[in-house]
Design a protein around this ligand. Structure first.
Ligand code: ACO
Length: 325
């Protein structure tokens, strides 16, 4: 086989859904002013899900993985590689992928590792999985994006705490003779570490530095709109395809304005953009596989259609994956 193909998708959202009004009311008790109107107008977000305090990323990953395995009609034991994209791992180590392998009941030797590329994590993980399948070192890969971003939010910072949510999405990628992933394109620019980071770390038995997310929203916005259409075009070029060949654009779900601006630059009608940011908020590495699974299950994305996935996030990292479903 010379291709890798997605043979099943799955996702999971923790049950607690918090609307903008609920969040605003809760923030008001701490003297922070915000509104549904402000959040919707600037970001398109209407609600997000937050995991219960005892729920970790691997718990969300497990539910999403089970759904993807079921959709692919295979057993967990059929998987020979697990990659989990996350910036909110269960532990410093071992990897969330190792913990997930055990929770899936397949702690039997298949390789596992985490991918750290923040909101580009899923696009990075899918690219690596595709390469490992093409090189012959894996046949059926479970690729997961799972995040509990609520754990690293500063709920006293109204400029960030309204933007993010928790969730997980997963796909099973299989070696195939039929085309699936057509082209991948990854980039990073490490000179922008400061505009989006959780600077803290564990050292000497303590957390050194802040364990909470901080972001220069406008700087991130500018960088994001500047790189996403270029990455998508580079992927199209590699596959010898045109913008008009894209049936669906599934961008990282951070901000509706960034998503629609990218679509405009790619000359794609707004109807071709899969939007879940309104209901999920920004779930970082989980946002793309969550959106993909919702689009598959709602009947939007159909077999044989061309889908452009695009990620952008901390690092600064960005990239695109062009595939046929
Ligand atoms: N409610 C009400 N007012 C607010 C809020 C809030 N929650 N947050 C900020 N404001 C105020 C600001 O204080 C500011 O007030 P001022 O004019 O009196 O100073 C005003 O609203 C405008 O703030 P801006 O920051 O200029 O608003 P902007 O239009 O840039 O929107 C936003 C901010 C939504 C963060 C936007 O910049 C953005 O989406 N940036 C990209 C973020 C992103 O995509 N991040 C994820 C990257 S992926 C990853 O790796 C995690």
């Amino acid at each position: 086989s010379i291709y890798s193909r997605i043979i099943g998708t799955g996702s999971y959202l923790p049950p607690r859904r918090v609307t903008n009004d609920e969040l605003a009311a809760e923030m008001a008790t701490r003297g922070l002013e915000t509104s549904d109107e402000w959040i919707v107008e600037r970001t398109g977000i209407k609600a997000r899900h937050f995991a219960a305090p005892d729920v970790v990323a691997s718990d969300l990953a497990l539910e999403a993985s089970k759904n993807a395995l079921q959709a692919a009609n295979i057993q967990a034991t059929d998987i020979d590689l697990i990659i989990v994209a996350t910036s909110t791992p269960d532990m410093v180590f071992p990897s969330t992928a190792a913990i997930l392998q055990n929770k899936l009941g397949i702690a039997n030797g298949c390789p596992v590792f985490d991918m750290q590329a923040v909101c580009s994590g899923f696009v990075y993980a899918l690219t690596v999985a595709d390469s490992m399948i093409k090189s012959g070192s894996a046949k059926r890969v479970l690729v997961v994006g799972a995040e509990v971003f609520s754990r690293i939010l500063d709920f006293n910072d109204r400029t960030t705490c309204v933007l993010f949510g928790d969730g997980a999405g997963a796909v099973v990628l299989e070696a195939s003779d039929k085309p699936g992933i057509l082209a991948t394109e990854l980039h990073a620019d490490g000179s922008h570490v400061d505009i989006l980071c959780v600077p803290g770390n564990v050292s000497g038995g303590q957390v050194i530095g802040s364990p909470l997310l901080r972001m220069d929203g406008q700087a991130v916005f500018k960088l994001a709109v500047g790189v996403l259409d270029k990455a998508a075009r580079a992927a199209l070029e590699k596959a010898d395809m045109q913008e008009a060949d894209i049936d669906w654009l599934i961008p990282h779900q951070a901000n509706l304005r960034i998503m629609m601006s990218t679509a405009r630059k790619l000359k794609l009608a707004p109807e071709k953009v899969v939007v879940t940011v309104d209901q999920h908020g920004n779930t970082s590495a989980a946002s793309i596989p969550l959106a993909l699974d919702h689009a598959v299950r709602s009947g939007q994305v159909k077999p044989g259609q061309n889908v452009m996935l695009e990620g952008v996030g901390g690092g600064f990292t960005w990239g695109a994956v062009l595939l046929t479903m």
